[in-house]
Design a protein around this ligand. Structure first.
Ligand SMILES: [Zn+2]
Ligand SMILES: [Zn+2]
Length: 331
């Protein structure tokens, strides 16, 4: 955790506080947890990542809002990624709070219980995608510390599914399944104030990420989830990273356009190759161009695989089994 980054808290609405917590990731300097007052305590939406000193950042952010860790009565996670769920265990230990989360958190279970095996699986997916041995070795060496960002795997006290209501002083929040970014993703909506806690499904700065390998078609699921959230007609979005924003519909449309653009670009690369088949690793620079830093390339490889899978599921691309796997346009 970089020293200059500190947890910070600010009130965004009466009884609603943004807790901005530092992240040890390049390009993603912090994430949000949201505290909403409820009776004699608070509901904490998301937790921040677990890392050395990370709980102090959360306590500092809460303190700036006149709140304390012991005030947490309930933790509600938008999804089981480490930056939204990682500190659940130590918060529960200190506060005795319950945890509510969507049951499809297998992706986090594997990650938290055996980061080494998860790393091997990522490497295998990369190898299968045509990534050469040298960058794979470098990646394995850089990630060999096996830090999952999740303090301990905690089972939810209650499955966070449609029909569950989260009570706060501001009124009740309803649960909406929004898989795509992660299989465990939900958004929470407060209908009287038309507030949306969007997790990583909708961010102020449009940016795609799909958890690849845990569901049949993350891109298709994400597009369906955009429809779900659009129907809510939210006025103000409280996202998992960055500032609150009001033009929710424009952000939904922006995400749809970006997905359509990336799908079209991926398909165009396959078509331009005509009879030549391509690995995902070969497709990557043809879609995104230029020199890609290793972390960016890894992120975009996952995105490319998700795009190829969606093209396959919708009958536009064909996967050719082998070592590595190759792709071609359908028809
Ligand atoms: Zn996430
Ligand atoms: Zn996140």
């Amino acid at each position: 955790m970089r020293k200059r980054e500190l947890g910070r808290g600010e009130r965004v609405l009466p009884g609603v506080f943004r807790l901005r917590l530092p992240l040890p990731w390049p390009g993603v300097p912090h994430g949000n947890a949201w505290a909403v007052t409820s009776g004699d305590g608070i509901v904490l939406f998301d937790t921040g990542i677990h890392a050395p000193g990370s709980l102090v950042h959360l306590e500092r952010a809460l303190g700036m809002c006149g709140l304390a860790l012991e005030d947490v009565r309930l933790i509600v996670c938008t999804h089981a990624h480490s930056d939204h769920y990682g500190q659940a265990a130590p918060i529960i230990e200190r506060s005795g709070a319950e945890l509510w989360m969507h049951p499809n958190f297998e992706h986090a279970r594997r990650w938290a219980e055996d980061p080494g095996a998860s790393l091997m699986r990522r490497l295998e997916i990369a190898r299968q995608s045509g990534v050469p041995e040298e960058p794979l070795r470098r990646y394995a060496a850089e990630h060999s510390d096996h830090e999952s960002g999740i303090a301990a795997l905690v089972e939810p006290d209650r499955p966070l599914l449609p029909g569950v209501v989260v009570e706060t002083d501001l009124g009740p929040w309803t649960v909406h399944e929004t898989p795509g970014h992660a299989p465990s993703h939900v958004c929470l909506f407060q209908p009287d104030h038309r507030l949306l806690i969007s997790g990583d499904h909708l961010l102020g700065r449009i940016s795609l990420y799909f958890d690849y390998g845990y569901s049949p078609d993350p891109v298709g699921e994400f597009l369906g989830s955009l429809d779900v959230v659009e129907a809510l007609d939210a006025r103000l979005c409280l996202p998992g990273h960055g500032r609150t924003f009001t033009d929710v519909r424009a952000h939904i449309e922006g995400n749809r356009e970006l997905v359509a653009e990336r799908l079209a670009a991926t398909l165009a690369v396959l078509r331009a190759a005509s009879a030549e088949t391509l690995t995902a690793f070969e497709i990557l620079p043809r879609v995104y161009g230029g020199e890609l830093s290793p972390p960016l390339a890894q992120w975009l490889l996952t995105e490319t695989l998700a795009m190829l899978l969606h093209l396959e599921v919708t009958g536009q691309a064909v996967r050719i089994a082998g070592e590595p796997e190759r792709w071609t346009a359908a028809g």
